[in-house]
Write a protein of this length. Sequence first.
Lengths: 116, 113
Amino acid sequence: GAVVSQHPSWVICKSGTSVKIECRSLDFQATTMFWYRQFPKQSLMLMATSNEGSKATYEQGVEKDKFLINHASLTLSTLTVTSAHPEDSSFYICSARVFGLQETQYFGPGTRLLVL
Amino acid sequence: EDQVTQSPEALRLQEGESSSLNCSYTVSGLRGLFWYRQDPGKGPEFLFTLYSAGEEKEKERLKATLTKKESFLHITAPKPEDSATYLCAVQSRPVGSARQLTFGSGTQLTVLP
């Protein structure tokens, strides 16, 4: 149980294009999902917290207009990197908190983004 | 502000050589301490949640313990497949928070055959 999927697992795009990453909780409902960014050999950096049906809360320094987050249902959150640039290249990971079951976050497998 | 410090940064063990990883934390009020395993190029895999000092949890060759200031992840007779980065995270009890996790920088464990 508590499986989280991400799609795509990797994406290569040209500078200036937008990329959408999906995060799904497959066997549970997640009222809260989190988006992280991870650079090589570094720990996870929280970008934003999204709650179903409401606006995401972004961490300090994260551009809201650059990283659009939509949490349209209890099983799906999306992250759109708008007008991507090479510096946006990174490993993006989502997590979901199991509703009603303590506070454990379960993570997706991650999406590697390379912007050329 | 919550802080998590993991040590050592890297650890190399021979297969069968038991050891411990440390996670020291500072929080205003601990709601939970979490251990995750992360393999290269993958998302973190949940291992344990500990909620109060004195609590212990085990899974195969891994055992996690918790005190009021730190947590240990004990690895007994490790195998090469235990090689990974182990992440510790805390969740505190601030008023009005989304109950986010604060992660340590991780311990990269390598088990040699």
